[in-house]
Design a protein around this ligand. Structure first.
Ligand code: TRP
Length: 341
């Protein structure tokens, strides 16, 4: 459906009232940079999967938080060309419709194998069907727009693989209706990352940085005070190797700091690694990263405060008109394949 020949890029950002630096650096910022470097040619769909949000309890803050989530993209520097489309999943009913249809293509067995489902349902005796069906709705989100590149965290790669499988199965049966998103390894290549970026917990760098971490020192929130945040970085766990080098396996703490430095300064990771090659003083690295993160947070928070809600609502109105048009056209083809039309 694309009016341009360059592949469509699509991503969903779950409504999140509070972002860690990990969420921001690992997913949002690379996406913004990617969008900015392609939005003259490719369609860039950035949507809020609000129907995915309700697999867990939501409250009266949902709309406010949703707007805030989108402001994060704008504050991160997203350039608004006519190819950039922002929309809410729930305002494009074709997502739910295609989800139902794909439910009739997907098998219980393959959904049962999804790690995220297993994690979220483990030990609970009352799991809602939405949690189980989450990946199918995600497949619909992607396939409606013929999206090829879907920048997501590596925890979502399994869902991408499922999307490819469902699309393939559907196409085998009905002809080439869906475009398959690129394989995870090609996604990574496209995103220009040496691996799926996963910012680590500062205190326990074996683990991903998580907003639910108990220790405040483990995580950096985007709303953290830019001065106070320096202490957290200075107290980050490192190792006893005594060399500053990128080795996620043996030196996850140091590698994490190098990765954070690269992303907040916008420099290629390789450049940051070369700059520090041969250095041995972990304290110097921490000092530098602390300054970089602090400056970054101050700038970011100032930008965020400048964006009015009305700016976001206007963008959504335009984006939803576009999204409904594209999604309905694809849905119609699918409905025809199933003799629903
Ligand atoms: N599941 C994604 C996440 O947890 C969010 C999401 C929903 C998404 N639908 C999507 C991402 C479609 C990319 C494409 O982050």
């Amino acid at each position: 459906m694309s009016t341009t020949s360059a592949p469509t890029i699509l991503t969903g950002l779950r409504v999140n009232s509070e972002f860690t630096l990990g969420n921001f650096l690992g997913a949002l910022l690379p996406m913004v940079r990617l969008a900015n470097s392609h939005s003259n040619k490719s369609h860039i769909n950035i949507f809020v999967p609000d129907l995915h949000s309700i697999i867990a309890e939501v409250d009266g803050e949902l709309q406010q938080n949703l707007i805030k989530s989108l402001k994060y993209y704008l504050a991160a520097g997203l350039e608004l060309t006519p190819h950039v489309h922002l929309y809410r999943q729930s305002r494009v009913p074709a997502h739910s419709e295609l989800c139902w249809i794909l439910n009739c293509v997907a098998s219980m067995g393959e959904l049962n194998r999804m790690t995220q489902y297993k994690d979220k349902s483990e030990g609970k005796d009352n799991v809602n069907v939405g949690i189980f069906d989450y990946p199918v709705l995600m497949a619909a989100d992607i396939l409606l727009y013929d999206a090829v590149y879907v920048p997501v965290g590596e925890d979502q790669f399994q869902h991408l693989e499922l999307t490819r499988r469902l699309a393939q199965r559907f196409n085998n049966h009905f002809g080439e209706i869906f475009t398959l998103p690129a394989e995870p390894k090609d996604q990574i290549k496209f995103m220009n990352l040496s691996e799926g970026v996963r910012i680590r917990d500062l205190q326990n760098p074996e683990k991903k940085m998580s907003k639910s971490a108990a220790a405040e020192n483990s995580k950096i929130m985007l709303s953290d005070d830019p001065t106070a945040v320096k202490k957290k970085i200075m107290s980050a766990t490192t190792d006893s190797v005594g060399k500053i080098q990128f080795d996620m396996f043996n030196q996850p703490g140091i590698s994490n700091l190098l990765q954070i430095e690269a992303i907040v300064t916008g420099l290629p990771l390789q450049d940051v690694i070369s700059t520090w090659a041969g250095e041995t003083h972990y304290g110097d690295l921490k000092q530098k990263v602390a300054e970089s993160v602090s400056a970054f947070l101050a700038t970011f928070q100032a930008k965020l405060a400048e964006i009015p809600d009305s700016a976001v609502l206007d963008l959504l109105a335009a984006g939803e008109t576009y999204a409904n048009k594209v999604a309905n056209a694809k849905l119609y083809q699918v409905q025809k394949a199933f003799h629903l039309r």
